[in-house]
Ligand binder design. Structure first.
Ligand code: ADP
Length: 267
């Protein structure tokens, strides 16, 4: 079969993007989108960096809400689709901007989803970027294969994989890691999210999801992968996300924000 001409077009589009980072998780609900959003916020806190966040979690786009952009719409510009700007240097594109209501369901078959991913990678008018963060659906689906295939000539820096300490999440992460190895997608590292809850009163840490098999630390040691950091559970993260505000700006002096900052610096 002849290669899809879009691969070449995407390569051209990505030539003006310095770093491309995919955010993956084995399971849903582990904090992947929250991490993608805060990685974008954190990188954009350097005002000289041009940052973009692309949400290709087609069936569950939560980025518009987390970024405080619900109800925003995408506009056609002369040279493609204009993203929505949160800050002057932070642009966002999501399938959520194309739905008439946040409660609308996207019920699409594979080819239509792949077509949308292709358009997102080829037709969004980002301009020059230092970082493009791609929030992907959970698991290893057709969408992941499409993204990797479409970006195959565009030099992806790699993937950050999000997990909780729980064995059910780690099990799926191991599959995700094997997927990355198969498709030759470099792994930047693993982030353990929701790892412990620090009581605001007594400051003791409780393990809400006990890592019965050693958690992400052991898995990373076994597989020779970097553990980029561990983010504790903090109910204020959920609240900030629901309100569409950056937790890093909202509650900067917290263990969770420090963990985020440290991870962002290591990327
Ligand atoms: P995913 O993208 O993996 O499906 P989300 O990023 O949507 O997961 O997060 C799932 C829920 O968990 C959201 O309500 C989010 O606000 C919350 N959340 C994520 N990380 C944390 C954390 N460290 N502490 C508390 N709540 C969190």
């Amino acid at each position: 079969r002849a290669p899809d001409p879009a691969i070449e077009e995407i390569k051209e589009k990505m030539a003006t993007v310095k770093h491309k980072i995919l955010v993956l998780s084995g399971k849903g609900g582990v904090g992947k989108s929250t991490f993608s959003a805060h990685l974008a916020h954190g990188l954009a806190s350097d005002v000289s960096a041009e940052v973009a966040l692309l949400d290709v979690d087609i069936c569950g786009p939560s980025i518009p809400r987390i970024m405080g952009l619900e109800g925003e719409q995408v506009h056609q510009s002369g040279s493609g689709w204009s993203p929505v700007y949160v800050e002057d240097n932070l642009a966002v594109m999501s399938i959520g901007f194309l739905l008439s209501s946040p409660d609308d369901a996207v019920i699409w078959r594979g080819p239509k989803k792949n077509g949308m991913i292709k358009q997102f990678l080829r037709d969004v008018d980002w301009g020059e970027l230092d970082y493009l963060i791609v929030d992907t659906p959970p698991g290893t689906s057709d969408e992941h294969l499409s993204i990797v295939q479409y970006l195959s000539s565009a030099q992806i820096d790699g993937a950050v994989i999000i997990t909780t300490p729980q064995e059910v999440s780690l099990q799926d992460v191991r599959k995700e890691i094997r997927f990355c190895q198969k498709v030759k997608l470099p792994i930047i590292g693993v982030v353990e999210n929701m790892s412990g809850f620090i009581c605001p009163k007594c400051k003791n840490t409780s393990q809400i999801f006990p890592p019965t098999t050693g958690g992400a630390q052991k898995m990373c040691a076994d597989l020779n992968l970097p553990l980029l950091g561990s983010i504790p559970l903090d109910p204020r993260i959920g609240r900030s996300c629901d309100e569409g505000r950056s937790f890093l700006q909202h509650v900067p002096d917290s263990p969770a924000a420090s963990a985020y900052e440290q991870i962002i610096q290591s990327i």
